[in-house]
Write a protein that binds this ligand. Structure first.
Ligand SMILES: [Zn+2]
Length: 361
């Protein structure tokens, strides 16, 4: 059960600008209760009076909103070759971000470097330590959150690695989560229905959102869509198997043809024949994966990750390809584009501390 204080703060957050009478009516709370709690929230600095709301005649009510500079959360997304940092405020706005090339190594000097760049990042955006709730870390692998353990990551080439030591190294509370689950978590404010998130980054992963919560699986291994075989005896996947979706649908497949995805799509739009052919092949394979997922889950499917961020303008041709494999649906309105691109995982994992903060008020 969450407190009335938490309910009111979350309601203000959700509505951006709202008046005290509206809070009382819509949350079915008495006006004196609302007045007292709002006064406390303002005294604590979490809520600010942000101006007057327009009203139909009569006195204008004061609009309340969540303070922008009150407290923050940090997200760090670790991939095989990059690290991204984001800082978000309680309104979920990104107030700073940094992405850099850094090859992952499970050695102390790597983590010390992460800490060094974190301190530097916080200085750059002028965030004092005491205003930070905690640090979320997202990783491409199977995570046991309660044990702060990376159970397995083919991408990072790690097995059963405890990451507990990061908490004392960084000297902040730390929360670990799988990268695709984190990305889906960032998208959750846009998701109204059951949704399968397909992450098309340098590896292919996914996440399953059912009844507004993420289905983890019995051993945290759910949604490893990248290692579903789509072509028997096909291309060798980095996991060692042949024909996995990852070998056909990861961003790296496209990066064989260009130095960056930006360059790939630029050349695609310029009509480069070799690139067009590679893109059609990519969409063919992706449509197999996506239609299999639709037949398994019968719910919305969101295309996310690095490639997902570029998919919007190619959806018409992708729809046609998916329809070839799926005889159960009349249309493809269940296919959705993601809202976040590169920073999705870092934002999503940072949101953990924001959610927790509101829930515990
Ligand atoms: Zn594989």
């Amino acid at each position: 059960m969450i407190s009335n204080k938490a309910k009111i703060a979350k309601f203000i957050l959700k509505n951006k600008e709202i008046s005290k009478p509206e809070i009382a009516t819509q949350l079915d709370l008495s006006m004196p209760t609302v007045l007292q709690i709002v006064k406390n929230l303002i005294d604590e600095g979490l809520v600010v009076q942000s101006g007057k709301q327009a009203s139909k005649g009569g006195r204008k009510a004061t609009a309340l909103s969540i303070a922008e500079d009150f407290i923050f959360s940090i997200g760090i997304d670790i991939t095989a070759n990059h690290v991204s940092y984001v800082a978000i405020d309680l309104n979920r706005h990104v107030v700073g971000k940094l992405r850099m090339k850094k090859r992952f190594e499970h050695v102390l000097s790597y983590y010390e470097d992460l800490q060094y760049h974190l301190d530097h990042f916080l200085q750059e955006i002028d965030l004092p330590r005491e205003k930070i709730l905690g640090i979320g870390v997202s990783l491409p692998g199977i995570i046991d959150r309660s044990k702060q353990m990376l159970i397995r990551s083919h991408v990072l080439k790690q097995n059963h690695v405890s990451l507990k030591f990061l908490e004392s190294l960084f000297d902040y509370p730390i929360f670990f989560e799988n990268d695709a689950n984190s990305a889906l978590f960032a998208e959750m404010s846009y998701i109204k229905k059951n949704t399968i998130y397909v992450s098309l980054s340098n590896s292919v992963g996914g996440s399953i959102c059912i009844d507004q919560s993420i289905y983890m699986g019995d051993g945290f291994k759910s949604a490893e869509f990248g290692h579903m075989i789509i072509i028997p005896d096909g291309e060798v996947c980095y996991c060692g198997k042949k024909g996995c979706a990852d070998a056909y649908c990861s961003a790296q497949v496209l990066l064989k043809y260009a130095d960056s995805l930006e360059q790939f799509f630029e050349r695609l739009n310029q009509g480069d024949a070799r690139i067009q052919e590679a893109w059609q092949r990519y969409l063919d394979h992706l449509s197999i994966l996506v239609s299999n997922l639709r037949m398994t889950f019968d719910c919305d499917i969101m295309l996310g990750g690095y490639v997902g961020g570029y998919m919007k303008q190619y959806m018409a041709e992708f729809y046609q390809k998916v329809m070839r494999y799926n005889l159960f649906d009349e249309d493809t309105t269940y296919l959705k584009n993601c809202h976040y691109e590169k920073e999705a995982s870092a934002i999503g994992v940072a949101l953990h501390f924001v959610e927790n903060y509101f829930n515990k008020l």
